[in-house]
Design a protein around this ligand. Structure first.
Ligand SMILES: [Zn+2]
Length: 337
């Protein structure tokens, strides 16, 4: 089965033999844009999209009108709906044109036919296993390093943005495309509280008025892993017992500086305007891309009417509450002492 879907290409094979996954993925995308009409259409569509920008206190939030994302934005992710549909990340249900690059033993890199970023990949687990970050975080770090030549890596929690919460997957796309990637040092200096500042490892809590996130910056994988495990333990204390604490994650890697991992903390999946009727309705379901500064708006009417104030309201509503954020900060600070 796997052999049938793997991308067979000499150039990609050469890259893979040298562990040049970013180059191999680039080759895959180039070929798929020629061989797979649905994907070509998706990119064609993306290039003609309207963009709107809102300037905040030293940072930017962009809005991307993207009707191709309507299914993802309005995906029913409750257990019943999920059980009643064919999983679109399972090998047997994907379109035959969609080819894959194998990443290590358990993951596949495939092209996302509904792109948000100029180059956009989905990285599903080979097996149909639930979306969970706890034991998959080392894989995220490894992917993020191996794809860093051109790409970042991001993750949406099963209850806050993943449209396939039943099938473990990451996403990856053009590094530097998310405004937040270039604003991190500003946000950290302006709105950050240092929780740990050690040689080669720093942890900062940031509340910029819209978003609340924990930033881990580390040169060594095991240090970043330690910071993440500590974070997870504290965050689990204030989340529902049988659920993963709600988070969206963006990870980038640079050879000299190491990893930068942004952990967006969430209080709910969708804002109240999502469920409203008529003029009050805004179909916006924030996940990693949105919180990183690229808000995907699939309906044109929403794209036209949405204001800066709406964005503030939506972001504040889906982000972790003030009191819980304070709990996170003091809990982490204590553990890092
Ligand atoms: Zn599946």
């Amino acid at each position: 089965m796997l052999q049938k879907i793997l991308f067979k290409d000499k150039e990609a094979k050469n890259h893979l033999e040298n562990d040049e996954y970013a180059d191999a993925a680039k080759v895959l995308l180039r070929h798929q844009r020629l061989d797979w009409k649905m994907l070509a259409d998706g990119y064609e569509f993306l290039s003609s999209q309207k963009i709107k920008e809102f300037e905040f206190d030293g940072f930017t939030i962009k809005l991307q009108f993207n009707p191709g994302r309507i299914h993802s934005t309005s995906a029913q992710v409750d257990e019943k709906s999920i059980n009643n549909r064919k999983c679109f990340l399972c090998n047997e249900n994907r379109p035959p044109e969609q080819k894959a690059i194998q990443y290590k033993k358990d993951y596949l890199i495939i092209c996302n036919p509904f792109p948000i970023l100029p180059e956009h990949f989905t990285i599903p687990h080979i097996s149909h296993l639930p979306q969970k970050i706890k034991n998959s975080f080392p894989m995220m770090l490894s992917l993020s390093k191996d794809l860093s030549k051109y790409y970042n890596v991001f993750y949406n929690g099963p209850a806050c943005g993943a449209s396939a919460p039943d099938h473990m997957h990451f996403q990856s796309g053009t590094a530097g495309f998310f405004p937040i990637e270039n604003e991190l040092s500003f946000l950290k200096n302006e709105f950050g509280a240092t929780l740990l500042d050690d040689i080669g490892l720093a942890v900062t809590a940031v509340d910029d008025g819209l978003r609340k996130f924990i930033l881990i910056e580390g040169k060594k994988g095991r240090d970043v892993q330690y910071a993440f495990d500590t974070f997870y333990k504290v965050y689990k204390m204030i989340s529902k017992e049988d659920e993963e604490p709600m988070m969206n994650i963006v990870s980038t890697f640079k050879e000299k500086k190491g990893w930068k991992v942004i952990l967006f903390l969430r209080s709910k999946h969708r804002p109240s305007c999502y469920y409203k009727d008529g003029r009050d309705k805004i179909l916006h379901s924030p996940a990693s891309t949105d919180l990183s500064g690229i808000c995907v708006i699939p309906r044109e009417e929403d794209f036209e009417k949405i204001t800066k104030e709406d964005i503030v309201k939506i972001f504040q509503e889906v982000s972790l509450g003030k009191e819980q954020f304070e709990f996170m900060k003091s809990g982490l600070e204590r553990r890092f002492e």
